[in-house]
Design a protein. Sequence first.
Length: 212
Amino acid sequence: MARVSQEHLDARRRQILDGAARCFARNGFHATSMQDVLAEAGLSAGAVYRYFRSKDELIQAIAEETFASVRGAFVEATASNPPPTPDVLVVRVMTIVLEERITGADRQAFARLIVQVWAETLRDETLAKALAQGFDAMRALWAELFDAYRASGMLTADVSSADLARTLIAAVQGFIAQQALFGDVETGVLGEGLRGLMSMGAGARATPPPSV
């Protein structure tokens, strides 16, 4: 019997994950059955269960792959000198996450899937641990970038890189939630908003608020 190539195995795994992600995004995690995933992927039970034994394993794999894609964008960014500004990098990352992750799914569909993954962490300890690890990795990557901004003279505010990282991640999470709920926010809007906020100079900050 001829051996199956690694390329074939990887393609089959990708086919299963894309099918599962479309199902979860369209119907919700709990309303989707493994039979639904089989039908969406166009594969037999044996072919799917060879890779994933349950929906929980599927959702964890999707979450881990998403974090891996984001890490790749950050690795590329940190190789630049100076690194791209946050508004540029955020748009780049959100394009990867919301527009390039699932074949055949739209931006709002994947945003809804991300929100579902967040909700699942409240009941699934394994998934919660994986998400916490991914979040910690994102905070570390952003903090490293803010250190690089400061070293290059692009950032002068006396605010810790860790605090800046957490705040920017919160903005991204809020954008994903808006996209999931309303579906009317283009990825570039977040970048433009950040660019506008970044344009606020130190002089403006130093101006005292008007008396009431």
